[in-house]
Design a protein around this ligand. Structure first.
Ligand code: AMP
Length: 111
């Protein structure tokens, strides 16, 4: 998609701090980390949010979560996944992404 920030990062048109890539998924460090480990896991195919996600992409994202959690050293200690959707979800970038947060004891939250 022409004007999508994350599509540009995936294409290498804007710098991204890449941590993982395969044929379907790209993952990079959040520019404004909310935890010692804060990785954004995104499908290479543009889709606005989880409502547009097909089963194959969902499986690829889930596989990548495990790989990245182990790679980042948080698989044993634990982590949180968040995917904000739409205005009430406070989604600010409209390319589906999953936040992987960990590396310290996270605070309890609503969800
Ligand atoms: P959300 O608010 O759930 O849509 O999350 C968007 C995330 O993208 C935020 O946590 C931002 O800090 C992050 N972000 C915005 N621009 C960049 C960028 N250029 N590189 C890495 N992360 C970014």
């Amino acid at each position: 998609m022409n004007d999508c920030l994350f599509c540009k990062i995936i294409a290498g048109e804007i710098p991204g701090n890449k941590v993982y890539e395969n044929d379907r998924v790209f993952a990079f460090r959040d520019i404004n980390p909310q935890a010692p480990t804060h990785v954004l896991i995104v499908p290479k195919k543009h889709m606005a949010n989880i409502l547009e996600c097909d089963a194959e992409t969902a499986a690829a994202l889930t596989d990548a979560v495990g790989v990245i959690a182990r790679q980042e050293g948080v698989a044993e200690s634990g982590f949180r996944l968040v995917s904000n959707c739409g205005p009430h979800g406070c989604q600010s970038v409209h390319h589906l992404h999953v936040h992987l947060l960990g590396g310290e004891q996270l605070t309890e939250r609503m969800a």
